[in-house]
Design a binder for this molecule. Structure first.
Ligand SMILES: Cc1cc2nc3c(=O)[nH]c(=O)nc-3n(C[C@H](O)[C@H](O)[C@H](O)COP(=O)(O)OP(=O)(O)OC[C@H]3O[C@@H](n4cnc5c(N)ncnc54)[C@H](O)[C@@H]3O)c2cc1C
Length: 495
């Protein structure tokens, strides 16, 4: 035996570090395993903006999370409210009512308490003014149920969680990959790892799998998501290759969730894998056309954070798996930060004809006809308002646009080449409300817990933005608490 501890956490992203902190709070000795070198720690969590979705009743709840909110600042902000019921309804609506009701219920009901718990561990949050609110008549009005992000984005969140864990005595082993679970008839007893190339044994009373999904494993992607998914752009961490899920399945764990679908967004057609800044998410204010020049989805079906996770898949279905997002001069100021900068594949022109000439592979005649028909179909009796589902849509088109429809007729015109990028996978391990991993006899596997992307059942087909970090925090915390308690129970039983 090379190490001996109470709780081993596999992974060092958000779910894992929340689990580590919660287990440590129970008095357990905790070892965290991170497959990557220290500089690349934190998995997909590092790549996020840190946007996190939780239920809140109003500004007092926000103050409980950000006590330093300035009175002057508050005069210019309308946070609105987002109840547990709305959150739960969003989980149901987004997943076509397939989300696991018990897990979704816990996610939504524990979200606010978990935010407060995170702040008690010195994790800091700020309002997401830039991306989740537009200033209209001097007021930032938030939309889409998501209002806060971690200070410093995903990097900041990972650094803060790691600092807190180290301060509290959690041991973190870098370049250490879990490869197998140790188990006997009493349950899981530890992990076999490769630590900097050497095989070692870590004996533990319980193991928490928080090692993410399999979005960076091309073979698993093709096997479970299907043809073409091997070719899509890979976002986020290169280390989420599914071993955590696989090692649990190998000892009889039950799978759960939507294995044939994933969170996949629309982003730059030519950026290399794993590069930050891939996504292009201002499409509600323009149109998306395929190389036949045709629109194929409702860009304004809902707020961006309710559609972006499923629209990548729709791009992949198009010829060559690519498309163009098109905007005109009227909405250029609404485009997100990611549309600026050098690593952006875009063309610009003063007329739509010239623009079409520059859009590689596009059927020019059909594109011009499509835009002309789209322009004529807009109900301009309704005013445009980016902060609300304004109902300014089209009628009579093969694919109507429901909100934020503006004519595309004002120079300069811009078109952005986009493709599909996979963010994370939805399929994982079956857990119960204590985050205990279930086996195929529908019983818990003693001493084995899972949280974050490694656990399946919450997300199907689509996903409300910000729910990934919240799910990791809620179920990571539960897993850590339960694993810590299981450890102390075991100790008492052995005395
Ligand atoms: C670009 C991008 C932006 C996103 N933006 C947001 C956002 O703003 N808000 C939001 O809620 N969600 C967002 N998401 C989704 C979010 O990142 C995930 O839902 C969440 O971070 C998953 O947390 P996790 O702890 O389960 O996994 P991760 O954070 O991915 O952590 C997995 C960890 O396991 C490690 N690991 C993997 N295999 C092993 C092994 N065998 N042994 C040891 N360690 C292993 C990895 O190195 C990593 O440390 C985004 C994702 C991406 C890629």
């Amino acid at each position: 035996m090379d190490y001996e501890t109470d709780v081993v956490v596999i992974g060092a992203g958000n779910a894992a570090m929340c689990a580590a902190l919660a287990a440590q709070e129970q008095g357990a000795r905790v070892i965290v395993l991170e497959k990557s070198p220290e500089q690349q720690k934190g998995g997909n969590t590092t790549y996020t903006h840190g946007s996190i979705r939780f239920a809140y009743e109003g500004v007092e709840d926000i103050r409980a999370i950000i006590p330093e909110l300035d009175e002057e600042e508050l005069k210019t902000v309308d946070f609105g409210s987002y109840s547990e019921e709305q959150y739960y309804e969003d989980m149901c609506r987004m997943t076509n009512y397939k989300t696991d009701p018990e897990l979704a219920s816990l996610l939504t009901s524990e979200s606010f308490e978990t935010m407060k718990w995170l702040t008690s561990h010195q994790i800091k949050f700020i309002p997401i003014y830039g991306r989740q609110a537009f200033k209209v008549d001097g007021i930032f009005k938030f939309w889409g149920g998501m209002i806060l992000e971690s200070v410093g984005g995903g990097h900041g969140l990972v650094e803060a969680l790691h600092k807190r864990a180290s301060d509290l005595g959690v041991q973190i082993l870098y370049r250490t990959m879990a490869i197998n679970l140790l188990q006997d008839d009493d349950g899981v007893q530890g992990v076999i790892v490769k630590e900097q190339g050497k095989t070692k044994v870590i004996r533990a009373k319980s193991v928490i799998i928080a090692s993410g999904g399999f979005h960076a494993n091309i073979e698993m992607r093709t096997k479970y998501l299907g043809p073409k998914w091997d070719t899509v752009h890979t976002r986020g961490s290169r280390y989420n290759t599914g071993e955590g899920i696989q090692m649990a399945l190998d000892i009889g764990a039950l799978s759960a969730g939507n294995w044939s679908m994933a969170h996949a967004v629309t982003g730059d057609r030519y950026l290399p894998d794993f590069q930050e800044g891939f996504q292009r998410l201002s499409y509600p204010f323009g149109v998306i056309v395929n190389t036949d020049g045709r629109r194929f989805l409702d860009e304004g079906a809902d707020f961006r954070n309710y559609t972006y996770a499923k629209y990548g898949r729709r791009i992949l279905e198009q010829k060559d798996g690519c498309a163009w997002q098109v905007f005109d001069g009227k909405v250029a100021h609404l485009l997100r930060e990611e549309y600026k900068g050098r690593q952006v594949t875009k063309v610009k022109a003063n007329t739509l004809e010239e623009l079409a000439d520059k859009m590689e592979g596009i059927d020019k005649a059909k594109f011009l006809q499509e835009i002309s028909e789209y322009n004529k179909a807009i109900n301009d009796a309704v005013s445009f308002n980016p902060n609300e589902k304004d109902g300014r849509g089209t009628t009579g088109l093969a694919v109507d646009k429901s909100n934020w429809a503006n004519t595309i007729d004002t120079a300069p015109f811009e078109a952005y080449a986009v493709t599909c990028g996979i963010t994370f996978t939805f399929g994982g391990l079956k857990i119960n409300e204590q985050a205990e991993v279930q086996n195929t006899m529908y019983e818990k596997i003693n001493g084995l817990y899972a949280a974050g992307e490694a656990a399946g059942g919450l997300f199907y087909e689509n996903y409300p933005g910000g729910a990934g970090l919240m799910a990791g925090a809620v179920f990571g915390k539960i897993a850590g608490e339960q694993a810590g308690k299981f450890t102390s129970r075991n100790v008492v039983e052995q005395l």
